[in-house]
Design a protein around this ligand. Sequence first.
Ligand code: ZN
Length: 192
Amino acid sequence: MSILPIYVFDHPILRKKADIINSIDDSLISFIADMKQTMHYADGIGLAANQVGSPLSLTVIDISPMTGYEQTKPLTIINPRILYYSDEDTDYEEGCLSLPYLRDTVIRPEAIQVRFMDENMKEHTIEADGLLARVLQHEIDHLHGIYFSDRLSSIRKTLMQNKLKKISRGDISPEYDIILSNGELITFQEED
Ligand code: ZN
């Protein structure tokens, strides 16, 4: 397994709509394992394939590090489709491995029904609410080229402009390797 660099704002692949996966082979299985390892290494609870440079409709989620969700199993989500959104909205402060150091409150539907396939191409339809619904919506947004920052009010977006520019310039140093909007790789240097 290997830890992959994470593409950050505003690399073009993060604006691309993901491609449907038609078949699963060994190389995809090993890529999924790499994605999970990368997500855990970077202390994320979700990671979409385009965040590690792949155009595929694939995301991994593991919310078990969060208090109260220790029993929640990790998920591999292929070709997801949201079938239903609840009328009720909630707000929650989100972050994103592709937007290091940026957090803001995002309003989203409280519950969803989503259909996807797992790494055995077995189809699932699940109802999710709370944190799982939140992370699923965030990751499925990535597969449509959408950042959580796109969902903020125009005032909040304006306030975020300078921070977003800093990220795209590489004027940040998260504790994982990143790929900037121009394709440049910045490796994380541990301080002694
Ligand atoms: Zn994200």
